[in-house]
Each structure stands twice: as C-alpha cells, then as structure tokens.
Design a protein around this ligand. Structure first.
Ligand code: SF4
Ligand code: SF4
Length: 473
C-alpha cells in the first residue's frame, strides 16, 4: 500500500475588515450653454408652457376668471364649463388621458416629456438662464465657486438668489391664483391680508420651485421622479432614444482639424467631452443608454456643432432606435417601425377615452341636485290629515345664466310639494332649500317608499333624483 501524501495545511488568515461607504457626495453640475435645433425647441416649449401657466389665471371669461378651481365654493371654472365635485369623473378622465398620452409619447420617442415640457426641466432651464446672465457660463461659474468670498462674488451670488426668489414667489403666487381669484389675491397680498392657506401655499410652492430648480435640479430627475423609474417598462428597441453611434465614433481620440481619421485609425469622436459638459444630468452618453438621460438633446446639438467644425457628417449623437442603430437604418426606415402593436394599442385606447370624454361633456346636464333627508323630522302628521316628510335639496346651477327651477315629486299617488315649488339660482351658484312633501294619510302602507324628485330648469335642464318617503306605523 502506497504511503498517503503528506497534507499541507494552509492557515486561514482573518480578512482585514474593509469599510465600504455607500454614500457619495453630490458633485455639482455646471451645464455649459448650448445652441442648436433642440435647444431652440426647448425654449419654444419653455415659452409655450409658461405663457399658459403665468397667463391663464389672468384670462377673463364672461366677467370671471376663465380657469379657477374654487375649492372653498366647490366649483371649478374651465372657460365655459362650470364643474361641481359631482363632475370629478371628468377630471379623472383627463388624468387618465394625460397618463395614456405620456405612455404613447414614451413608447414612440422616449423621454421627450422630461427633456422639453416637464416643469422640473422648464424651471431649471429658466433658473440656469438667470444664473448664466449673472455669473457667466460653465467655466466662469466654476471659477466663481472655487474663488474665496469677495465683494464681486457676494454681489453676483446675492443678485442671482434675489432674482431666483422673485421668480419663485411669482410662481407660487400664480399657482395659488388657480385656486383663489388672482386679482383679489394680488390686492390682498399688497395689503398683507392673504388667508392662512393662501399664504402657506404661496410660500410652499415658491420654496419648492426655488429649491428644485435652483439647487436640486438633476437630483429630482435621478432620485425623486417616479416616472424615471418605470419609463423603461414603456421602452422597446423601436423607441427613439438619444444614442451615441459607437460604430462611427470609436476609437475616439483628439486630432487636428486637417488630419484624416482613417489614416490615424480613429473614429469620428474627437473626445472633446463637450457632450458631457452640456449634459444637465452630468452623464456621458457615450457609455450607452442610461436612466439619468432626460432626452433633452443638448449633447446632440453640441456634437453636431463639433462635427460641423470638422466637416464630418452630423448625427454622431442622435435620436435613434436601438434596432435602427444596430441595423444602420436611415431615418425613414426607423420611422416606419413607429406604428407597431404597442403604439397602435395606446393610440386606440387614447382615441376611445378622448371620444368618451368629449361625448360625455357634450351630453352633460348643466344642473346637479343632491337630495338629503331631514334627519330631525323623519315623518309627521300635519293639518288636513297629511303625512309630511322634509328634505334638503342642493341645487347647483352649472350654467352661465340665472335659472328658475321647478320642483315636483312623484312615485306615490297624491304626493305633492307643500313648500315653495320653485327656486331661483344665480349663474354658476348653488343653493340649499328645504322641501316639504305631503301625502294623504291613507295613500300608502307603513314603511319606506321610493319616490323621485324632478327638477326642471328654465334653460331646459332636467334632473331626476331618487329618494324615499317614510310612512310611520
Ligand atoms: S461632443 Fe461628440 S465629438 Fe465631442 S466627445 Fe462628445 S461625442 Fe465625441
Ligand atoms: S445625455 Fe444628452 S440627451 Fe441625455 S440628458 Fe445628457 S445631454 Fe440630455
């Protein structure tokens, strides 16, 4: 029997404990200014959205604010429409349509909403514009931040913050102006007489704007926005995303303007890093598609200017689909893939929802009625041997003119309205009234009997509301 080989024992050394920090300090991003087609489009969207936001509350419609969500009076004015809380279904419909629109846009063109119309992008763009006017472009801002405090730095920083705060407060004021008549709000504000909620929301919204657009910026998109998290579920390989053409660009490297990259065995990327410097989220799109990319197109614009200077074809960074990039499709071939099942499904649902919402708005009766039984008096016998039930009716006039409403009740033989059978309600107002119903004593057996109130307006609006008439034993 062969002797067993001697075993070698290797002592196990305890591993040195290593501390891994999960915290990374925030690196401030100094986006460089950029010009180009997408930058122009972004400013067009800034103007469009802000003209609507800042301008809408000042618009008049028939002697009142055109768009007003009057929470105190529980009435919502949308141009010619007067909506009550009972019309919440329309608001729900509008929100569902907005969500479907977002899904559709995302499936077709990625995060276009984020890059061009999201309030976070829009206000960051405006705040950045102020910052550039006061402190200069990227390198000047970086120098200023590195420098010690001087009179000039103090003046520039103070001026920037004053302008930011003024804009943020105006934004907060405008926001509250959608819920409280803005002209009255303005005069109350001048006299320091705004209500507690108005004051709270004005400063809260203003503070949120100042913080999000002035300081948080890309961190809102990266860490706070839920849309950034689930948008990938709506992406597929035929969705347009900002893409770096690595086949064309690599190997990257610096070269003189006159050098032939083929001779140098270089791709078209000159590694100038301008695409990183203009990126508002501070990413390098050459590393591939990243969730931080908000599809603003700034890197596309700046790379095109670099390509122009070198007389290379534009589009080293461009909006393209993954399939298009892999198969080297041209724009027409890519766009042909837009009408795929997912997009058709979203479009179909969207068209159905829009049609349903428009039809229900068109068919909507401009009168709402709530019937509440008077709990203090269930039923009683009054003079003439009549049984009496008392109700409270809220009649909401959803038209722009005063209306007279006639109230009738039926459902039991001999049932009649003993109180005033008519009521006047001012334009876009609501009124609570007490209604007494009488029934001959022997007309119905003891118990609860279904009845119907019918309310007819002079404008032709008609509403029937169910209730019950109680006959005591
Ligand atoms: S801007 Fe264009 S050329 Fe410059 S580093 Fe970016 S991809 Fe390369
Ligand atoms: S990678 Fe380009 S498109 Fe994406 S956020 Fe940065 S600059 Fe905008």
């Amino acid at each position: 029997m062969a002797p067993s080989p001697q075993r070698k024992v290797i002592p196990i050394q305890p591993a040195e404990p290593q501390e891994v920090s999960l915290y990374a300090a925030h690196q401030k991003i100094y986006p460089r200014a950029v010009t180009g087609a997408f930058a122009r489009w972004r400013w067009v969207m800034v103007w469009c959205t802000q003209l609507v936001f800042y301008g809408l509350p000042w618009l008049e419609w028939g002697g009142r604010q055109a768009v007003l969500f009057d929470l105190e009076a529980r009435r919502f004015f949308l141009f010619g429409l007067v909506l009550y809380p009972q019309d919440l279904i329309y608001l729900t419909g509008l929100l569902v349509i907005s969500a479907m629109l977002l899904f559709l846009f995302t499936a077709v063109a990625g995060r276009l909403w984020c890059g061009f119309t999201c309030p976070q992008t829009v206000y960051t763009e405006i705040f950045l514009w102020i910052e550039r006017r006061v402190e200069g472009d990227r390198s000047a801002r970086m120098r200023l931040d590195r420098a010690g405090m001087t009179a000039e730095k103090l003046a520039r920083k103070s001026a920037k913050h004053m302008l930011w705060i003024a804009l943020a407060l105006w934004t907060g004021f405008t926001f509250v102006g959608f819920f409280s008549p803005i002209r009255e709000l303005g005069s109350h504000l001048l006299q320091w007489q705004t209500g507690p909620w108005e004051t709270f929301w004005l400063f809260f919204y203003g503070f949120a704007t100042y913080g999000n657009a002035g300081f948080m910026r890309e961190q809102v998109c990266k860490y706070m926005c839920p849309y950034a998290r689930f948008q990938s579920a709506m992406f597929d390989r035929d969705t347009l995303v900002v893409s770096y053409d690595a086949v064309r660009g690599e190997p990257r490297g610096a070269r003189s303007r006159t050098a032939d990259p083929r001779v140098l065995q270089l791709g078209d990327c000159v590694n100038c890093t301008l695409c990183v410097q203009v990126c508002p989220t501070g990413i390098d799109i050459r590393d591939g598609l990243q969730y931080e990319c908000i599809a603003c197109g700034a890197c596309v614009d700046v790379c095109d200017t670099v390509m122009d200077k070198l007389s290379y074809p534009r589009g080293l960074i461009r909006f393209a689909t993954q399939n298009g990039m892999d198969a080297r499709w041209n724009r027409r071939q890519m766009l042909r893939r837009v009408l795929r099942p997912r997009v058709l499904l979203y479009s179909g649902i969207l068209a159905t929802l829009c049609t349903a919402l428009l039809a229900s708005l068109w068919l909507r009766t401009p009168l709402k009625v709530d019937v509440v039984r008077d709990r203090a008096v269930l039923a009683r016998i009054v003079s003439g041997g009549q049984l009496e039930n008392v109700y409270r009716l809220q009649i909401m006039n959803a038209t722009e003119s005063a209306q007279h409403y006639r109230i009738t009740a039926n459902g039991l033989p001999g049932l009649s309205v003993a109180s005033e059978p008519g009521v006047d309600v001012e334009a876009a107002q609501s009124r609570w009234i007490a209604v007494r119903l009488h029934l001959p004593y022997t007309a119905a057996s003891p118990g609860s009997h279904p009845i119907v109130f019918e309310i007819d307006g002079t404008g032709g609006a008609r509403v029937a509301e169910k209730s019950v008439f109680l006959v005591p034993r």
